[in-house]
Write a protein that binds this ligand. Structure first.
Ligand code: IVH
Length: 670
């Protein structure tokens, strides 16, 4: 190679590295493995060493690299690491409590453990026989990465527990974070304290982790062999006794009023604390109630995060753009003059929907108040009408889809007798470019096929380059072309290839969810997949006009059925599924299939005593049974409570379905 060629190669590699740095630090969406990143860095340094004339300010030889530099081994959490749902005001909290009391079918006064929600990175520590054996990051909640050595550098994490009453096998969970004081020394290297903690935790060499001082507070447990406490507050007390750090601000509160009062005080106090807090976590204190309440698909029913009210600021609307979502919803977004709100530079704010613009009369050129709370998207609160220029015109919401030109509509809701606030593109298919791209982004997302190397930005790029137009194209990519693209190379391409390969092994639930059907979220996809059992029978149902059969699933209503019908009335959507069927390996469901109610189906009629329907249903599911919503020959048992529907009992009798009381159900389970 001559001097010119060497320089060209050097520059292209630097550019590739810069691209990955950006994906990692700004977008949090790395597309190559840590090992590959490391290799690329070393290649650059090697070229530099061999060619002394090469120099660059952005060379990795000049920078202290905080890019993680190791592919960590994976670990399946023994108990899933879930997230929390959010509350913002009194109404949200009242609703949270109401749902709990309904579920428990009782009217007791609840007691809550209140804990600051530190904005850091959660970690799970497995102790076996009093010794820290494995330390893991959250990952996608099911599978995390083993970062034991790095976690061991944190002085707040005990490696050996002396106490006699420490459980023999337990996953202790808590938050890894960096104090504001320590972060101030690292300010130019990371966007915020959370990124700094995350970067430090993912170092290849734990000596590097040691250099960035991290802290740890413990607040919950995952798997536990045998618990010896009855409440969250007692658990926290034990954690402290066992040698863990717990938050000094933890409290017990006995009513929503007390929670609100504490929240109000703490909202001001947080500024004097040496760590970032983005809300308070409220947990039902009684562990036996927690166990009864259990979990929805992604969060516990017994806990909620009460976020702090937002920081706000005034700025000017430069433009209003319309974004189109996966299900065709047209969402107006205000492009605003950049403004710093609570330490974050904001240039976009959501305007929610057409009605919101009309109600607040928001116009391009207006000065508006914008709020931002934690990780929630900033939104426009109100217009400062005193600053409005005379000639500003009302915003004309587009009546045609800005992406494909199709008609847009506001749906009429039969139950509320009102038109929807959201306007939608009627073309819920892959012909509308924006919808198609959003569908693809959904397809690869964490809870769907979870394709590591394919971030949102990559999807957009590959769409533009005609590499991916439909989900099935992902499995038939032109890797030669990709390798030659700006910012890509052999390493990143190979990496992408293998993460796509891995993603082919998936479950029916994830596949149904990944299609992005309106009203079919994770929970409904799970219900459907458990009912239909195989992809073959799902395909049979949707392509042979049998979707109504799914109405029998307890939890699936007319809204979901209509949405499924609408979705699969489009031939392309069926074709996508048929093609995916040929490509993917669908694993059989691995839920507990061996409970005492295995293969048995139940239906309720009448009011149950001392337990809600929802709890009874999840009790049946925990024991591998299924609940249906109507009488059919597939039904094994009808469980009757008070004032049952006579028609249902008659139907059951006619079909020879066994009729049992609530007590008899209890006996079956016990
Ligand atoms: S309990 C299933 N307690 O918040 C229960 N979480 O959105 C979830 N967090 O990933 C964990 N402080 O990183 C719990 N006192 C606290 C917490 C806390 C911060 C974080 C944690 C979790 C996220 C949930």
């Amino acid at each position: 190679m001559n001097r010119y060629e060497i320089e060209k190669l050097y520059k292209s590699k630097l550019k590739e590295l810069q691209h990955h740095d950006k994906l990692y630090h700004q977008e949090s969406e790395p597309i190559i493995s840590d090992a590959d990143y490391d290799r690329l860095k070393h290649e650059i340094i090697k070229i530099e060493k061999e060619n002394k004339f090469l120099k660059s300010e952005i060379s990795p030889s000049k920078k202290v690299g905080y890019k993680p530099s190791k592919s960590f081994a994976k670990y399946t959490h023994k108990a899933r690491m879930l997230s929390l749902s959010n509350a913002f005001d009194k109404a949200d909290l009242e609703n949270f409590e109401k749902k709990i009391l309904n579920y428990l079918n009782t009217k007791i006064n609840l007691e809550y453990s209140v804990e600051p929600k530190i904005d850091g990175i959660s970690a799970s520590l497995t102790y076996i026989n009093n010794k820290l054996e494995i330390g893991v990051s959250r990952g996608d909640g099911l599978v995390g990465e083993i970062i034991t050595d790095n976690l061991k550098t944190i002085k707040d994490i005990p490696q050996k527990i002396e106490s006699k009453d420490f459980p023999e096998n337990i996953e202790i969970r808590g938050e890894v974070f960096i104090t504001k004081k320590n972060f101030s020394k690292l300010k130019d290297k990371f966007a915020n304290a959370r990124n700094a903690a995350s970067g430090s935790l993912r170092q290849k060499d734990s000596n590097e982790t040691k250099k960035i001082p991290l802290n740890f507070v413990a607040y919950t447990y995952g798997y536990i062999k045998k618990n010896n406490f009855n409440s969250q507050s007692e658990f926290l007390f034990k954690l402290k006794k066992w040698g863990f750090k717990i938050n000094k601000e933890n409290k017990i509160k006995k009513s929503i009023e007390e929670l609100l009062e504490f929240h109000k005080k703490f909202e001001l106090k947080r500024f004097s604390l040496d760590y970032d807090v983005d809300g308070l976590v409220y947990k039902v204190n009684d562990i036996s109630l927690q166990n009864r309440l259990g979990y929805t698909s992604n969060s516990p029913r017994w806990a909620i995060a009460h976020k702090f009210s937002a920081d706000s600021s005034y700025t000017k609307i430069l433009n209003i753009e319309i974004q189109i979502g996966r299900t065709g919803a047209l969402t107006p977004v205000a492009k605003v003059q950049k403004v710093n709100i609570g330490g974050v530079l904001v240039s976009n704010a959501t305007l929610h929907n057409e009605d919101e613009i009309v109600r607040k009369d928001i116009r391009i050129g207006d000065v508006v108040k914008i709020e931002r709370a934690g990780d929630v998207i900033p939104h426009v609160i109100e217009v400062d009408i005193t600053k409005r220029k005379k000639n500003l015109k009302k915003f004309a919401f587009p009546l045609k889809c800005p992406s494909c030109g199709s008609k847009t509509i506001k749906e009429y809701n039969q139950t509320t007798k009102k038109y929807d606030a959201v306007r939608r593109c009627t073309n819920e298919s892959y012909d509308c470019e924006k919808i198609a791209i959003e569908k693809l982004k959904h397809f690869i997302s964490k809870d769907a096929l979870n394709i590591d190397g394919l971030g949102k930005k990559v999807i957009e790029k590959f769409w533009e380059l005609h590499l991916i137009k439909k989900p099935q194209d992902i499995f038939n990519l032109n890797y030669d072309k990709i390798e030659k693209l700006d910012g890509w190379g052999k390493l990143s391409t190979n990496n992408l290839k293998s993460s796509i390969q891995v993603s082919k092994n998936t479950s029916l639930q994830k596949l149904i969810y990944s299609l992005g059907i309106r009203h079919i979220g994770i929970e409904n996809a799970k219900l459907i997949s458990e009912n239909v059992k195989s992809l073959k029978s799902f395909i049979d149902i949707i392509s042979n006009d049998k979707i109504n059969k799914l109405l029998n699933i307890d939890g699936i209503g007319q809204t979901q059925i209509n949405s499924l019908k609408n979705f699969f009335s489009d031939k392309t959507n069926i074709k996508v599924l048929l093609d995916l069927d040929k490509i993917l390996n669908i694993n059989l469901q691995t839920v507990n299939k061996n409970g005492v109610l295995k293969d048995k189906t139940f239906m309720f009629t009448g009011k149950l005593e001392g337990i809600s329907r929802a709890e009874a249903k999840s009790l049946i599911e925990k024991n591998s049974g299924t609940t249906l919503s109507s009488v059919s020959k597939n039904l094994d048992f009808v469980v009757i409570g008070q004032k049952p529907t006579k028609r249902k009992i008659d139907q059951a009798k006619a079909l020879g379905v066994q009729i049992i009381s609530q007590n008899e159900l209890k006996k079956l389970i016990d």
